[in-house]
Write a protein that binds this ligand. Sequence first.
Ligand code: PRP
Ligand code: URA
Length: 215
Amino acid sequence: MDTTLAGGNLTIVKHPLVKHKLTMLRDRRTPKKIFKELVDEIAMLMAYEATADLSLEPVEVQTPLEQAMGWQVSGKKLTLVPILRAGLGMVEGILRLVPSARVGHIGLYRDHDTLEPVDYYFKVPADVTERDFFLLDPMLATGGSAVSAISSLKRVGASRIRLLCLVAAPEGVRRLHAAHPEIQIFCAALDRELNEHGYILPGLGDAGDRLFGTR
Ligand code: PRP
Ligand code: URA
């Protein structure tokens, strides 16, 4: 692992359940159904970490026995933005934790030859400036897709954006830090490198294809 990248704006979620589930996800023998369930579960565990600094406000609550003080998350409007397609696999798990979150979508695919992202869809809630965005994509490889998605979000006025991915490559983290230095990245693993086709090593293969059974 490139330890120079960890810390600062890169948080590697080190929970034992995340490590266990990620190892199952990497396994080439893991079938599509289990792969999908694992992406969903890891996304939920990562969202637990990525929401750890949400601010709270005190609130009164009536228990069956007496009046008590409790807490509620204050005023944040969370928006999940999966990068199509593979980011879709992370949405449901996070919505189970934060059911009131809105969901936007950004459509991007990597051109096979240039590895640069090609834009094909963009839709987010209208009140952009009031919202906190969690950009979702299992893979941060060259970083082109994440950089482009964040630029698109900023262009419409978003400023509070975090990226949640499962596997990141050092190349992608560096490119994202260079283009958008203030953006916080949460990942489950920082892998070794990219191969000549832009795939993460050791990685988990093509996340979209494994989630949706395509090639
Ligand atoms: C994959 C992945 C990311 C992107 C990462 O998507 O889900 O969006 O590649 O690569 P990058 O960091 O080099 O941009 P892909 O383009 O294969 O589209 P898909 O999800 O529709 O399969
Ligand atoms: N996209 C993927 O799905 N996997 C990789 O390893 C790189 C990009």
